[in-house]
Design a protein around this ligand. Structure first.
Ligand code: ZN
Ligand code: ZN
Length: 858
């Protein structure tokens, strides 16, 4: 065996194993009889680079996957790519200085695919370097026909069951992105705007109305007051005239009006906000759409037609003020809905869109069948389900997404949804294979595409073999994901799996936190707290980064990136390497009868296995790794190895072989326990020891080894002796004149003699000790204040007395001193007596441990 380097060369070791590992050992086996453990892993958006946040989450998944595999499960750790969606389109538009409508659809889609493929390549590299045990035989990309045929199939099946429908309905709309967005994609931010008070002409006189959106005047369809507002009773049921546009709208009474806001009158427009939509539906009001899909005013806005919303707001405010219609303005704090992607204020437009029906009670019921880790995260999903007022709008007016497989008849305008056997397809490139109900065979393709969550919300189904396999592997076992996408990915996945298969998607959902910068803020390039995984791969290696992920905190908490944790991880790796390097020439697998110290170590190892297994079962990776580190550092290196060094270096025989075998087992077991966390270092150690890969081994099993009290007592005696030598300023390896250990446990002496480098006797029972007073120490602080100028003489007298006599007097309550015939009574604290302990006439120091009394000859 070639000699190991003194320093652990993480770079060499990690790169070697990355090159030589055979990733097929991680493939899910569809024929296996083992219990399945399918992880519904998050498919990331492949834009930009694999970042620290990804690294944190993928480490958690890898810890779980490797652990479950070692526990005998048939594990699937698939890797998907959620390709479609706005982020990539926006990036392509920026990179090529175009907007999506300036190039043909196919060309734009091709640019998006190319950008995505480049990003996937970069992700592959980072993931390989991080040592993830991904099952590459279960890789999917939502932009590929093999995947989007599943999305389209799910669309067709839900349409046929009436769970998907098309309707003219108000939707949240981003004018910049030119697309509808789902409620879950609206972000809220508070802004200061202006509340404008204006006059509307009533049938007799004027009323005052306050609004922050005068640009929507042309979209006003009613005004409303609270039914119990005594000031305005006479107006209810009558009409008022909208200024500038001069048409009449009704005055309604509605209990949702807040009488204390503005004048107590509100303007209902189609649509200023969600409340307008509620009123519009409840009171069956007409639609006056004033803003188009690009965020410009429509002809109904008269003189403002063609202007943007912002331009209109400015111009109409000026016009209304000049005409005296606006008579007062005040600042107003408002929550404004923004597009999650580009932060443009959203508008609410009424559009023909496709919707998925939301059955909130059903989703909540299914969420209860799933184990949530941590448990309180389920409330977030329930609250969200309760807040849903509209169904899920799934059509998007974009390009890079799964096409909606539908056409519209040119003759009767009826929608024709594709049959399952025609899929996958793009309606813009293919015609339906049958005629419309009306007999016409001329169709207009659906140009809208599907919300990207329609792709990713069937990820659990897709990895479990849906829709082709007859033995669908649902539910899957685990969904790991961030808390930021509970309202979207978790919610939609439960909805869709329930709608399509009537089953819960997973047994358990594990919510992870976010990775933060070292300063505790979100990592961002502008804050200068941005770390790339590659930087850590270079400086400390992948195993160190993985240890940071494990130790940083329990899943669910946000975890700051910390260089000091990376350094600690490297230090631990070096420590383990040193232990290994020391042990390697001295150990061998052996099955000799163990001594007390060996049995103690075996019991400690057993406890470590139990503790680690429990922690891994609860996904408490930090607890597991902390226990492993404490064992390696404290139990193994500082205690066991020190105790058995003499045997390891000593003559061949059963004692030596017992130590060799025990240490071999400890190292081999440690390598297996650490394999989920540090796959590279563990492999290097395990492979060197056994010639096999640690990643096809099983998880260590505790053997129920009882704690060996004698071995534990020996370990405690050894550390007490080490402390004793340190206090005496004696070198640790320098011999002591003699040691006798008394304990009822009948302790073995060989290892103690070795570690103390001194002769050791072991006896049962208690030592017979003689306590001999040998010196007097007068206490000036007691004598001085009381006897002042006589103190010196008292001290001299005390020193001249027999220590044994003083000890007796102290016991009796006072010390009598003869000062030239004058007898003084001193309090017992006036003198201390130094006692020497004697054993069989020899002076000894006494050290106590829990189970033993140790006499050290002086
Ligand atoms: Zn936008
Ligand atoms: Zn037709």
């Amino acid at each position: 065996m070639s000699e190991l380097s003194k320093e652990y060369n993480f770079k060499q070791v990690e790169e070697k194993w990355e090159r030589s590992w055979d990733s097929s050992i991680y493939y899910f086996d569809w024929e296996s009889k083992k219990p399945q453990y399918i992880i519904d892993t998050p498919p990331p958006y492949p834009t930009g680079n694999f970042h620290i946040g990804n690294a944190l989450n993928w480490c958690y998944i890898d810890f779980a996957a490797r652990y479950k595999r070692m526990r005998g499960y048939n594990v699937m750790f698939p890797q998907g790519w959620d390709c479609h969606g706005l982020p990539t389109e926006v990036k392509v538009e920026q990179l090529n200085h175009i907007t999506k409508n300036q190039v043909p659809r196919e060309e734009f889609r091709r640019l998006c695919e190319k950008l995505t493929e480049e990003a996937i390549d970069r992700f592959h590299k980072s993931m390989g370097r991080l040592g993830l045990s991904i099952d590459w035989s279960n890789e999917y990309a939502t932009m590929k026909p093999e995947y989007y045929v599943k999305t389209q199939t799910s669309f067709v099946r839900m349409y046929q069951k009436g769970q998907i429908y098309r309707e003219d309905h108000p939707v949240n709309w981003c004018p910049r992105c030119g697309t509808a967005i789902a409620l879950a994609e609206v972000e809220y931010d508070s802004r200061t705007s202006t509340l404008n008070y204006m006059h509307f002409c009533a049938e007799d006189g004027e009323i005052e109305i306050a609004t922050s959106r005068p640009e929507l005047l042309a979209a006003c369809v009613a005004v409303a007051v609270h039914p119990e507002d005594q000031r305005y009773q006479k107006y209810i049921g009558r009409t008022v005239k909208v200024p500038i546009f001069n048409y009449s709208v009704p005055v309604l009474a509605d209990p949702a009006v807040d009488s204390s806001f503005g004048s107590g009158f509100v303007m209902i427009c189609t649509f200023g906000d969600k409340q307008d939509v509620r009123w519009w539906m409840e009171h069956h009001l007409p639609l006056r759409q004033a803003i188009d899909r690009g965020g410009r005013m429509m002809p109904i806005a008269g003189p403002y037609s063609g202007l943007t919303v912002e331009e209109t707001k400015e111009k109409i405010t000026q016009d209304l003020t000049e005409q005296g219609i606006i008579f007062k303005q005040e600042p107003l704090e408002q929550n404004v809905g923004l597009c999650w992607r580009c932060k443009t204020p959203i508008e609410i437009l009424s559009e023909q869109q496709w919707f998925v029906r939301i059955d909130a009670p059903e989703i909540k019921k299914m969420a209860e069948e799933i184990e949530w880790i941590p448990a309180h995260m389920r409330v977030r999903l329930e609250n969200w389900a309760d807040s849903m007022e509209w169904d899920w709008c799934i059509s998007r007016q974009r390009i890079f997404a799964t096409p909606i497989p539908a056409w519209y008849c040119k003759n009767c305008h009826e929608a024709l949804v594709a049959e399952e056997s025609w899929l996958p397809l793009d309606p813009n490139l293919t015609q339906p294979k049958k005629k419309c109900k009306c007999g016409s065979s001329e169709f207009i393709p659906e140009q809208d595409v599907l919300d990207t969550w329609m792709d990713s919300s069937i990820s659990a189904l897709a990895v479990a073999g849906w829709p082709d396999r007859t033995d669908l592997r649902m539910p899957t076992q685990l969904r790991p994901q961030g808390h930021d996408i509970i309202r979207t990915w978790a919610f939609y996945t439960i909805l869709r799996t329930g709608a399509l298969e009537g089953i819960r998607p997973w047994d358990a959902i594990l919510i992870n936190g976010m990775a933060l910068g070292e300063d505790g803020h979100k990592m961002s390039k502008s804050l200068n707290n941005f770390i790339r995984p590659e930087e850590v791969f270079e400086s400390n290696g992948a195993d160190a980064l993985r240890q940071w992920a494990a130790i940083g905190g329990s899943p669910g908490n946000d975890i700051p990136f910390q260089w000091k944790e990376i350094t600690a991880a490297s230090r631990f790796q070096q420590k383990l390497w040193s232990i290994f390097r020391f042990s390697l020439p001295l150990i061998a697998p052996a099955d000799a009868a163990k001594g007390q110290v060996d049995r103690w170590l075996s019991a400690e190892l057993d406890q470590l296995i139990t503790k680690t297994t429990e922690a891994m079962d609860r996904f408490q990776f930090d607890e597991a790794l902390k226990a492993i580190r404490a064992f390696a550092w404290d139990v193994l290196a500082d205690n066991y190895i020190e105790l058995v060094k003499a045997r390891l270096y000593g003559q061949d025989g059963p004692e030596k072989r017992a130590a060799q075998g025990t240490l071999f087992t400890a190292l081999e077991t440690l390598a297996r326990l650490m394999a989920p966390f540090t796959p590279f270092l563990s492999e290097e150690i395990y492979h060197t020891l056994t010639g096999q890969s640690v990643h096809v081994q099983s998880w260590p099993v505790a053997r129920g080894q009882p704690m060996d009290r004698a071995g534990l007592a020996i370990k405690e005696v050894a550390s007490t002796l080490r402390r004793y030598k340190a206090e005496k300023g004696v070198a640790l390896n320098s011999p002591l004149p003699g040691i006798v250990v008394y304990s009822d446990l009948d302790l073995e002496t060989a290892d103690l003699a070795g570690v103390a480098n001194s002769p050791v006797d072991s006896r049962t029972g208690k030592p017979l000790l003689e306590m001999k007073p040998i010196a007097v120490k007068p206490q000036m602080k007691v004598i001085g204040p009381r006897f002042r100028d006589r103190s010196q003489r008292i001290i001299m007298a005390l020193m001249g007395m027999d220590p044994a006599d003083i000890a007796r007097q102290k016991e009796a309550g006072s010390i009598a001193v003869d000062l030239d015939g004058e007898i003084l009574e001193l309090p017992p604290e006036a003198a201390e007596v130094e006692i020497q302990t004697l054993s069989a006439g020899e002076a000894v120091d006494i050290l106590k441990t829990k189970e033993a009394t140790v006499l050290v000859r002086r």
